[in-house]
Design a protein around this ligand. Structure first.
Ligand SMILES: [Zn+2]
Length: 302
């Protein structure tokens, strides 16, 4: 299968062989995401780029490519194969799956990048083998992939917008949301608001925390508190064995995991304390997830 992860700046693609539990990349390719000014033409340019990747990557195997898996950011309707909305790339209601099937003449699986990455962590990564787990990518926003009783639930929930009581306003218009303190974007923004010092992102704040800088430490602790409370909501509802931390913020490693574990311990009474793990697949997760979606389509056809 050819798997393609369309990002805001870059398209990552690979040719995979294997089954739904074990995939191997045979060849990889990356290219800049085409941007043509308006959303619908951008979507068409992305479709053409993906079709081109199927040809160039397909040349690395003597067998025909069986299926294509494509994941994109934003709001996605997986049933109809539609890219409903992408703030970054500007499209609305683009029928990606239909256009691509026409162009490549193969079955096309179409999904959302974060959910697909979560699926990959569940089937191939840090949550592999667990019947109850949550994959929590923390980046600009916060999403969750839920595994309940061994099944990955396709949900549109918004754990990032649960009110955890800090009282600060969120971009969504309400107050107290997990991501208004806990996302990478919030950490960078809140540090700058507090100190007047611009930073490139949460990684800069993390470096200052390591160096013992006071304001960075306060912002970091407040982020940890919001995330711990959000995880406790998940623990109360689902009782997961593990929570897999992913996304850009998870690159902070122990600086995130250790205080988060302590804060969860302080706040927990009788709930099962989920084990905290770091995501295993890094920025490959979306592409691997797209491969799994493509392989699943083939399974369904059998
Ligand atoms: Zn919110």
């Amino acid at each position: 299968v050819v798997a393609v992860d369309v990002g805001g700046t870059e398209i990552k693609a690979a040719l995979f062989t294997g089954t739904g539990d074990d995939v191997t990349a045979v060849a990889r390719q990356r290219l800049a995401t085409p941007k043509t000014g308006n959303g619908s033409t951008t979507a068409d340019a992305v479709v053409e780029a993906v079709a081109g990747l199927v040809v160039t990557l397909g040349a690395h195997t003597e067998r025909p490519v069986d299926a294509i898996g494509v994941v994109v950011p934003g709001v996605v309707d997986e049933e109809t194969g539609t890219g409903v909305y992408s703030a970054n790339l500007g499209w609305r209601d683009h029928p990606f799956r239909a256009r691509l099937s026409e162009l490549v003449g193969r079955p096309v699986a179409f999904g959302q990048d974060v959910r697909a990455g979560g699926l990959a962590e569940v089937r191939l990564g840090a949550a592999r083998g667990l019947r109850d787990a949550v994959v929590l990518p923390i980046g600009t926003g916060i999403a969750a992939t839920l595994v309940v009783g061994g099944r990955v639930l396709a949900v549109d929930g918004e754990i990032g917008h649960v009110d955890v009581g800090h009282g600060d306003r969120c971009g969504c218009g309400r107050t107290g949301c997990v991501e208004a303190h806990g996302s990478s974007a919030a950490i960078a923004r809140r540090f700058t608001a507090r100190t007047g010092r611009p930073v490139a992102g949460a990684a800069d704040v993390a470096a200052l925390v390591r160096a013992g800088e006071k304001d960075a430490t306060v912002v970091w602790q407040e982020a940890v508190d919001a995330l711990a409370r959000g995880i406790l909501v998940l623990a109360a509802l689902l009782g997961p064995r593990a929570v897999v931390l992913g996304g850009g913020l998870a690159l902070a490693g122990d600086l995130l995991v250790d205080p988060l574990r302590d804060r969860i311990d302080e706040l927990t009474t009788f709930h099962r304390r989920p084990e905290l793990r770091l995501a295993a697949l890094g920025d490959e997760a979306g592409c691997l997830g797209a491969a799994l979606l493509a392989l699943d389509t083939l399974e369904e056809k059998r």
